[in-house]
Design a protein around this ligand. Structure first.
Ligand SMILES: Cc1ncc(COP(=O)(O)O)c(C=O)c1O
Length: 388
């Protein structure tokens, strides 16, 4: 008998599976179940974008693209970033098209980290940062953000976490799972801590188009921060294109060159059909973004209001498509709450604790679901709370 635990990479074995998965597995096959668990838009990819993908297949565009992505796509990304976020990135040398923002994050850590380097990660946040840093023999330094600070990273918290080993800080805003955002003033305050250092910012801006209290500001647009920021973005959330697996990273030339080398060996090029669809998205998709964002905004208000009326404190999320109600008043832990709500009312929400320190006492409920389902969730929640 082979003992694979002796053969396989120790580091991989030590990584814990994501705490999110369990709830989807449980919900499978549950009749009448409603999931507010998944981090995915409920809209179809707009038809004209799908059509562009299909048309590229009809034209026979089924080969590899250049490693860094189609030249037309990189030019479209460059124009888009300037138009929407006042960011200047050259199509050649500063933009790499990746397999989702996910690959972009992985490559960023691979390109930056030496063993023992520390990466500051505000939590609660998306589940991938810590494991990706660990795989590079780096050390995740988790910094809890707090509801009383609107789940922002404060300059004081950032400063306190910095050591001589700090290589980078992840800026996961707009945030999954809290819905917290950081405005230009907040970013300026962090910049005043980072200016003059060699610390890089890994700015995960995948939800940049989904903000409800004003336009998203990118860290790379703050004075002196352009040279110390890698921007990760993609098509999954803004255009409802999760399954197309397409994203991109932008940053200083030497870093993008290193990432392109790794991407070339591990991936070759991102999916060709998706790249053609993405050009259409960037060039003719502003209206779709607007329409989806308006729809999310209505649902967001409805759900936050609903939680508050049922007596749950709920921070007002100003980005992404998640609410993060506080369930401490129920006396249950986040996991107990989610397990029982699923078992008793067939609704999947995710324990805040799955997103790192600071998440305990909260649950993540997305509003990428129909108004009808959201209304039904509130009915079931009222019944559930009544039994506690
Ligand atoms: C904060 C955040 N970053 C990155 C991603 C990765 O998205 P993708 O790889 O689909 O671009 C997600 C997906 O849920 C996310 O929530």
């Amino acid at each position: 008998m082979m003992d694979y635990s002796k053969i396989m990479c120790r580091r991989v074995q030590d990584i814990q599976p994501s705490g999110i998965r369990k709830y989807f597995d449980l919900l499978q096959g549950m009749e009448g179940g409603i999931s507010l668990g998944i981090g995915e838009p409920d809209f179809q990819t707009p038809w004209h974008i799908r059509d562009a993908g299909i048309f590229s297949l009809e034209k026979g565009f089924t080969k590899y693209t250049p490693n860094a992505g189609l030249s037309d796509l990189r030019s479209a990304i460059s124009r888009y970033l300037k138009r929407r976020f006042q960011l200047e990135y050259a199509p050649v040398g500063q933009i790499l098209v990746t397999v989702g923002g996910s690959e972009g994050l992985d490559l960023t850590f691979r390109a930056l980290l030496e063993p023992g380097d520390e990466v500051i990660i505000p939590t609660p946040s998306f589940v991938c940062y810590g494991p990706l840093v660990s795989m590079m023999h780096g050390t995740p330094v988790l910094v809890e953000t707090r509801a009383e600070n609107d789940f922002r990273l404060t300059p004081h918290e950032l400063k306190a976490a910095i050591t001589p080993r700090t290589k980078a800080v992840v800026l996961p805003f707009p945030n999954n799972p809290t819905g917290g955002v950081m405005g230009r003033g907040d970013l300026e305050a962090l910049a005043s801590v980072l200016r003059g250092t060699d610390i890089m910012v890994v700015s995960d801006e995948i939800y940049a188009e989904l903000t409800y209290g004003g336009r998203h500001a990118s860290m790379a647009s703050i004075p002196d921060m352009y040279e110390r920021t890698v921007v990760v973005n993609g098509f999954s959330k803004a255009y409802s294109m999760t399954g197309w697996r397409l994203g991109y990273v932008c940053g200083p030339r030497p870093i993008i060159a290193a990432m392109t080398k790794l991407h070339q060996y591990a991936i070759m090029s991102a999916p060709t059909t998706s790249q053609y669809a993405a050009i259409e998205a960037l060039e003719h998709g502003d209206g779709d973004i607007e329409a989806m964002r308006d729809e999310y905004d209505g649902r967001r208000r409805f759900l936050v209001d609903g939680f508050r009326k049922l007596g749950l404190d709920c921070f007002e999320p100003l980005g992404a498509f998640y609410t993060f109600p506080c369930i401490k008043s129920t006396g249950l832990t986040s996991e107990q709450f989610c397990d029982r709500f699923l078992a008793e009312e067939r609704v999947a929400v995710i324990p805040g604790s799955a997103f790192g320190p600071g998440g305990e006492g909260y649950v993540r409920a997305n509003y990428a679901a129909s108004m009808r389902d959201l209304a039904e969730v509130l009915v079931r929640l009222e019944r559930f709370l009544g039994t506690l």
